[in-house]
Design a protein around this ligand. Sequence first.
Ligand code: ADP
Length: 655
Amino acid sequence: MKKKRHFKHLPLLFVLAVLIPSVFLSIIAIRAASQEEASIERGLQRSLDAELTSTVSVVRAELGRMETELMNSSPKDFSEDPAVVFHQWKDRSNLVRIPFLLSANFEILWPRLDASPSADDMAFLNWNRDFVTDRAAIPYYQNIAFLYKDQLNEEGADLDSFKTGLVKETAEAEQKPGKVVGRMSAAQPAVAKSHVGDEAAAERPKTEELQVQQRAMEQFEKDKRFREKVFDVAEQKGQKAEPRTVTPTTSSDPEERTNAEPQRSIFISEPKKFSDITSDKDSGIFPRFIEEKLTLMFWRRSPGGQIIGCVLGDDEFRARLLSLLPDVYSPARILTILNENGHPLLTPEEDSMGQRDWRFPFAAREISEILPRWEAAAYLSDPDIISSRAHTTRLILWVLIAIFFLSIMTGGFYVLRSLRSEMALALQKTTFVANVSHELKTPLTSIRMFAEMLKERRQPDREKQEKYLGLMVSETDRLTRLINNVLDFSKMEKGKRDYKIKRLDAAFLVEDMVESQRIRLEHNGFSIACNNDMGQMWVDGDEEALKQAVLNLLSNAEKYSSSDRSIDVEITGTEDRVLINIKDRGIGISPAEAKKIFREFYRADESLTSKVRGSGLGLTISQRIIQDHGGDIRHIPREGGGSIFQLSLPRKGRS
Ligand code: ADP
């Protein structure tokens, strides 16, 4: 019973120590595998975004350089004819396309209609006359994040109070026209200085300002709710947020793409007259859309208050920006700059416009308030790259999970199996010690009892005295057999048992053993018969060992008997084998038990062993002895109940 209880914990141990942890680990691994696509997507997005950010800062730096170049090269002295001066300016910088000169009161001094204007000059006057003379306003672009950077930088800013605060300030500002709007005033000069300044100041704060601007952008991008509020406030103040020309999306599904919500540009515009644009700084570049085409205008105030400026050459500034682009193609992605119409500045050869939809980049960044609607955009060369990469990684992960799970389960199974058999063996050894002690004690007790009786002459009856002596001898035999079994077993375990082999008659040996046991068996109510229809049966063997093997079988026939106490020993054989069948009508052995009875220490179930004592070594030893003689023992269920143990040995000639 105890044995059963021990083993009951093993499946529980298996579940707790092996099954649950491996299922748990497998679930984690499976979850990681299923999120693989998203994580590859995030990784790609991060790396492309980093590339875009650096592209954007390179372009911005170039815009700054262009402004410096125009400022340095712009004419300082207008005592000469403007036509000559401007011609020289064009020679000094090929960014200059249409130069112009305004008085401090915004009167056009150049180009002049009476000085044979070129076609460019005419076009300039046509498009810009009202604007440069300060009669009409144009949309002026500013970075919303930078405009509201003070609010954005306040950690945990209270959105509602921020919003109402700004609306109130807007109302106040409207009552005092001309003044820069409320809380914007702090940001405004800084914005202005970002692409303006006198020559010395222009260089120094530029990188610093870029950093501030970048921080403000990060803040702005971080909090979507806050972003929405800022846009709302900007709109209430009449600042216009146009939709971006692209919709960055990771999806390659056309339907999902068209449903993707268009984002608002961070470069918001509000109408401004030239006097507003030039009011608080000395120079600058700003964009101007003419028939939906972006042109850039440079201006600078001269010490006399005049305004010198130019329209930049389109091809030149576009070419300069293009030259800054990193490798447009890499095996994984295409990185390009899209212009105001959403077309790439450089069309990749293998991607004719028809094939790729430039509106849906994998990642994109707006560039600058000087280049509104322009985007630095990155596209995956192969749109299926993510899913195919994820597929491969998932496959590998699944195979690994399967191998991992299988090896844990197999390992666990084998560990438990060996644990189980080790435990069973340990238990059998303990039972063995208990059984052997009992086996030793029982005959010793009776020998001592009879010996004392005879010594004290308490039994005068001669016949009884003889009987006691006989019992003492048979008990001594039992003891000897048990001790021999134990000793032989330990010798066999160490591989030390020596046999004294000689040619002997197995039939005689068996008959002799039966006769030696007959008196005792008959005394105990058994009938024993020995049939030999073969005569002498010669074998090569160790007499004592073979006797021990037969004796163990006879003793078992006696021990595991039932009400029918008859034992038949049959000596038979073939030309080359000697067969000895020891048949009983005892309790029999079930087929399941029959497989185990030859194992060391194995004894049939507890209820049996409680009645019949034994060491579990008898059959083990008998089988080893017979196998060492080139034979074998097998168990055959006997028809009509009981068992047959068949002992077979190689048959030899007489000498
Ligand atoms: P022991 O008899 O000391 O227990 P054995 O190795 O001789 O050890 O026998 C192993 C087991 O085989 C016994 O416990 C018993 O259950 C079974 N067995 C052996 N011989 C017989 C038999 N003749 N009839 C029924 N069961 C037997």
